[in-house]
Write a protein that binds this ligand. Structure first.
Ligand code: FES
Length: 100
């Protein structure tokens, strides 16, 4: 079971999720990382769900075109769109307030 460590506002939240889990889908049904995960569209269009990957990025597939379009150069800083990734391995993410 993938372990998710989620940093937000200086706090750390941690839980295990099923393989192939999407965190925005989970938050939508009020499961961890609800209520701490910021998101909106769930479709790669708003970038509200952007998170910086602190560990485990090597297990993720390359960013898709929606992530590239929304995140631009933030991709190079390790950002991903949580709504566009399905987790198969442990991951550590940070979501701070953004000025997008
Ligand atoms: S929730 Fe809108 S881009 Fe992920």
């Amino acid at each position: 079971m993938p372990k998710v460590i989620f940093h937000k506002h200086g706090q750390v939240f941690e839980d295990e999720v099923k393989p192939e889990t999407n965190l925005v889908v989970r938050a939508g049904i009020k499961q961890f990382p609800y209520p701490n995960l910021r998101y909106e569209c769930g479709m790669g269009k708003c970038s509200k769900c952007a998170c910086k990957v602190l560990a485990g990025a090597e297990h993720l597939p390359p960013p898709n075109w929606k992530e590239k379009k929304q995140l631009g150069e933030r991709i190079d800083q390790g950002f991903r769109l949580a709504c566009q990734i399905w987790l198969t391995h442990d991951i550590e993410l940070c979501q701070e307030e953004i000025t997008a």
